[in-house]
Design a protein around this ligand. Structure first.
Ligand code: SF4
Length: 379
């Protein structure tokens, strides 16, 4: 499985919590699209083969592109790569961009077949806390119109742990999601990232700080309610009805390859990880791959092992000792089996079959800590 990720670095305004690379200006939109196509041509041979199963427009706010621009980008992928006829093509969209007209044009003029709508909450006070452009009404209308237009394969994002989000409101957000019959949900705890407006405003006591207890409570409710409604938690923050797992994101979690295009995008081809320059002007002016790709990292065996632990433990596929045995030196399996024991005893990890280890619900609350503990450190 291979995918193409396209980073569209524009937003109408910056959300307080956001640390993704994007600019609150559309000034360079036209030249950006040309630069993106140029990068695609420059890097068409990065992946081991040209068969592409998924395209993902992320950002930023990809729904700020016109449907003509989206179509132009998909056509270029079709020209340069071997795009699977069943490819999943996802567009991240903000609710305020999804007018009936835009959605209709998207359906008629492009091959986008999956929408990821950044709802975050259906309540205005939560959206104000987050400094989102849209309100709850926009969110509801966007979902309803997308469904009427025929976008059945849809996912929404909901954020929990927002200080304004009471337990009752969180349950209501989830109930609204279930009422809409949407087959996929991505849901994340609000985190205060360094150097974001949220961090500054909390430090200045202009916004209330987040609370660990609230996030744990909300996460437990999330796991319980999604399970009751038949959703599978196939990754710690991702829930899907059977048959609706996100193919693109699953590529990341299952160690597949992806070419990331656009400023700040990240790529992996099995040998190296690469990060693009995080500066739109430099990106647009770049004439060579060397000027676009800022950093390259050839992964050591130990780094690959630690990455495997981190991503696999977050998924329902779990961490496989068979995979470890085949992919790494024998010491890695011995290390894993010795160190996972205490988490089995604490019932934070369970063994499935002979070779697979997955987190339990209580283990999911400590996923990152457990993964770090299972890392093999430098000797
Ligand atoms: S819309 Fe998304 S990318 Fe843009 S500022 Fe908000 S969270 Fe960040």
């Amino acid at each position: 499985m291979s995918g193409i990720y396209l980073h569209i670095p524009f937003c109408k305004q910056k959300c307080h919590y956001c640390n993704f690379y994007s600019l609150a200006s559309l000034k360079y939109r036209d030249v950006f699209v040309s630069a993106l196509l140029k990068e695609m041509r420059l890097r068409e041979n990065y992946l081991p083969d040209k068969h592409i199963n998924t395209i993902y427009f992320g950002g930023g706010t990809p729904s700020l592109l016109s449907t003509g621009e989206i179509n132009r980008i998909i056509r270029e992928v079709e020209t340069l790569f071997d795009l699977d006829s069943q490819a999943e093509i996802t567009l991240e969209a903000n609710p305020d961009d999804l007018s009936p007209r835009y959605l209709k044009a998207l359906k008629q003029n492009t091959n986008v077949n999956r929408l990821s709508i950044g709802v975050q909450s259906f309540f205005d006070d939560d959206l104000e806390y987050l400094h989102r452009v849209h309100d709850g009404n926009h969110a509801r209308k966007a979902i309803e119109t997308a469904k009427q237009t025929g976008f059945d394969n849809m996912t929404i994002d909901l954020i929990y742990g927002i200080p304004t989000l009471t337990e009752e409101k969180w349950k209501k957000n989830l109930a609204l999601f279930f009422d809409y019959d949407i087959p996929h949900l991505s849901s994340y705890a609000l985190t205060v990232e360094p150097q974001t407006a949220l961090e500054i405003l909390i430090k200045k006591h202009k916004l209330k700080n987040t609370s660990e207890n609230q996030s744990v409570r909300d996460f437990e409710i999330l796991m319980e309610k999604t399970r009751q409604h038949g959703f599978e938690q196939y990754e710690i923050s991702n829930f899907a009805l059977p048959g609706f797992y996100a193919k693109h994101n699953s590529t990341y979690w299952l160690g597949g390859y992806y070419l990331g295009l656009g400023p700040s995008a990240h790529s992996f081809n099995g040998f190296s990880r690469q990060w693009n320059v995080k500066n739109l002007k430099k990106y647009i002016g770049a004439e060579t791959t060397e000027a676009i790709v800022l950093e390259k990292e050839i992964l050591s065996e130990q780094q690959r092992f630690n990455e495997y632990i981190l991503t696999s433990l977050r998924t329902s596929w779990g961490c496989s000792t068979e995979h470890i045995r085949h992919s790494f030196n024998a010491k890695y399996e011995a290390w894993f089996l010795k160190n996972v024991r205490k988490y089995l005893e604490q019932k934070k990890v369970v063994q499935k079959g002979n070779n697979t280890y997955v987190l339990t619900d209580s283990g999911k609350l400590f996923a990152d800590g457990i993964a770090c503990d299972l890392f093999l450190d430098e000797e």
